[in-house]
Write a protein that binds this ligand. Structure first.
Ligand code: FEO
Ligand code: CA
Ligand code: CA
Length: 629
């Protein structure tokens, strides 16, 4: 039987595995903790520091003053799982759309048409598709939101193409313009929040926007192309996933599945070394390579090296050129969480979201001085990769030429290879990292890894179930937390524990039930987006299986939950419409509104019956206008 795959429905990981199957593991790695009881399993996990988090709800049942204080931290009544086509928030809260895919940022621009999509002329002047990471900036008396547009659903962007694929250069350009980043001014009026049309700060950054390449890899031979013989000026930022905000008020946008945009018009083209590790193959997901030679690796084999970076954007200067910061390494960047070391150096934590890839940290050489020159802080420093030990300790291993046998530039351009050379810990798909603003600790969502214990990563590193990735064939995910030695984010040593292991206690009674702070009332799968509010609550967004069946029965649509780091308690705050991922979170300057991203709903959200499903940023407020974080 000939089974046709609809490739447009594949996840990025499935796409990569289709083209470059990962080696299968053998033998005892597949023997997992299925036989262990939930409590017995958790007994093997380290519980450290202030947290005791993996036992969270147990603590809360004590009725102690601490438990009551913890309970009062949640200023909402948790909501039930939902399976319908809209957003739900707790009683006493309301939501409204702020901006939807295809909404004009400027006057005189045609909005999205349900029948014909978006015109080429309008495509770089409207809010892009697939909203993702976002941050709010206060500039004078204005509020600006910078927000990512991760990828496109081609069938809705090109509704006249039955296969959803572009058939000419103009259609490729439309897709290119619908992705990237939007910077927009927002304001709250009597009818709620809206984009300030024609604000001088409104700006679209997309796949053809000029970007400066900076840092140690700028100008390296591997970064040079025919169009840019100096290797210092790239076009475009690709697959902008999570975000970050620097202490000096700039936006960090993170290039994740950049590999999927490249292909080859020459089917016999032999891929250069290093391409397979990053999943750069002969077939692009959107046919860019057929109509835009820049994305044809047989013509421009170095072009992919110019993507997969963290890009810094100054939202306060609409004429500024975004900067690709090569010192932060090249991989499938999820987000970039900034912290300051005790001596003022800048620390950026980052995850590489692919099965069995690594977690990284950059520490600047210079220190941050408020009001000082920050233009080179992210260009000069040391990149580290995380190694977790089973005993609850770990270290950030410096990726140096001595340790890796690679040149300083190669370490940055091929960071994955450098991590493998120093035996970094293969992780269950590191998604967002978040740093607690009221305690010296970091968190990373390890979203899931159904290949844990089954397949090696793309570099051939085995992925045994151990340490912070304790469950084989892990469909639920977990959140790892680390405590830097001496309370210093620059330290190389740390201890770690698991803040939560997601699971389903209604279906399983072993480790797949999740940790003790998971119950049938708050369960979820696939933690992904994560952000702390100013009070130190951690907000967790999910991008997982929303079938509500089997292993995921009772978990409903993707959702956003709030967690208390001190007790481990987690409660559900918001549910998204069916098919959607909840991703991206930021707050208004007065902290009375939270902005939440709803990406790729499959239902006609938010406009209802008959309308196209549209990725949307929603504004959530308390009805009494009290603070929300
Ligand atoms: Fe774009 Fe890993 O999420
Ligand atoms: Ca994500
Ligand atoms: Ca995800």
């Amino acid at each position: 039987m000939n089974i046709e795959i609809d490739k447009s429905t594949l996840s990025w990981d499935e796409w990569d595995e289709l083209h470059d199957p990962r080696p299968e593991e053998t033998g005892f790695d597949r023997v997992v903790e299925r036989a262990m009881t939930r409590r017995g399993f958790l007994g093997n996990l380290v519980v450290l520091g202030s947290g005791a988090a993996v036992m969270g709800t147990g603590l809360l049942s004590s009725g102690s003053a601490r438990a009551q204080e913890a309970a009062s931290r949640f200023a909402f009544t948790p909501i039930a799982a939902q399976t319908d086509a809209t957003v739900h928030v707790p009683e006493g809260y309301s939501w409204q759309p702020l901006v939807k895919w295809g909404d004009p940022l400027f006057s005189g621009v045609d909005p999205l048409s349900q029948e014909t999509g978006i015109s080429l002329e309008a495509s770089d002047k409207v809010f892009g598709e697939n909203t993702d990471g976002m941050e709010l900036f206060v500039v004078g008396n204005r509020q600006l939101i910078a927000v990512n547009h991760e990828y496109v659903n081609t069938k809705v962007n090109l509704p006249h193409r039955a296969d959803g694929m572009p058939a000419n250069a103009d259609e490729v350009r439309i897709l290119q313009n619908m992705q990237g980043v939007t910077v927009m001014e927002v304001a709250e009026g009597p009818d709620g929040w809206a984009v300030v049309i024609d604000s001088p700060y409104n700006r679209r950054i997309h796949h053809n926007t000029p970007m400066r390449i900076s840092g140690p890899a700028a100008g390296h031979d591997l970064m040079k192309t025919e169009a840019d013989p100096e290797g210092v000026l790239a076009l475009g930022t690709l697959n902008n996933c999570g975000s970050g905000k620097t202490p000096w008020g700039t936006y960090l946008t993170c290039e994740e599945n950049f590999n999927g945009y490249f292909g080859s018009t020459d089917a016999s083209f032999e891929r250069p070394e290093g391409f397979a590790r990053y999943g750069i193959g002969l077939e692009g997901r959107y046919r860019y390579e057929q109509f835009d030679p820049r994305f044809d690796i047989s013509m421009n084999p170095n072009e992919p090296n110019r993507h997969g970076w963290v890009v810094e954007i100054d939202p306060a200067d609409p004429g500024s050129t975004p900067v690709k910061r090569t010192a932060l390494g090249r991989f499938k960047h999820e987000n970039a969480a900034c912290a300051l070391a005790r001596d003022g150096r800048v620390v950026v934590y980052m995850g590489d979201d692919e099965r069995g890839e690594f977690m990284y940290k950059f520490v600047s050489s210079g220190i941050y001085v408020p009001g000082g020159d920050t233009s080179g802080l992210l260009d000069d420093g040391q990149l580290y990769v995380a190694r977790f030990n089973d005993d609850g300790t770990g270290e950030w291993v410096a990726l140096t030429p001595e340790a890796t046998g690679m040149s300083a530039e190669e370490i940055l351009i091929f960071s994955r290879t450098a991590g493998s050379r120093v035996n970094a810990t293969t992780m269950d798909r590191p998604e967002w990292v978040a740093v607690n603003p009221v305690a010296v600790e970091g968190y990373c969502c390890l979203t899931n890894n159904t290949r844990r214990g089954v397949r090696a990563n793309a570099g051939g590193d085995w992925t045994p179930a151990s340490g912070p990735n304790p469950r084989a064939e892990n469909g639920y995910g977990q959140i790892v937390r680390w405590y830097p030695e001496a309370d210093d984010h620059a330290a190389s040593g740390f201890t770690w524990d698991l803040y939560v292991m997601a699971g389903n206690p209604a279906v399983h009674s072993d480790a797949y039930a999740g940790s003790e702070n998971i119950n049938e009332g708050n369960m979820f799968n696939s933690p992904d987006g994560m952000m702390f509010d100013s009070t130190g609550l951690v907000w967790i967004q999910t991008d997982g299986d929303d079938s509500n069946e089997g292993d995921f029965a009772g978990q409903g649509n993707n959702q956003m939950l709030a967690g208390d780091p001190a007790t481990g308690r987690i409660e559900r705050f918001l549910t998204g419409p069916s098919g959607s991922e909840v991703t991206g979170l930021t707050w208004s300057a007065d902290r009375r509104t939270m902005f939440v991203g709803i990406q790729h709903p499959d239902a006609p959200f938010p406009d209802g019956d008959g309308a196209l499903p549209r990725s949307t940023v929603v504004a959530v407020k308390r009805d009494d206008n009290a603070l929300v974080g």
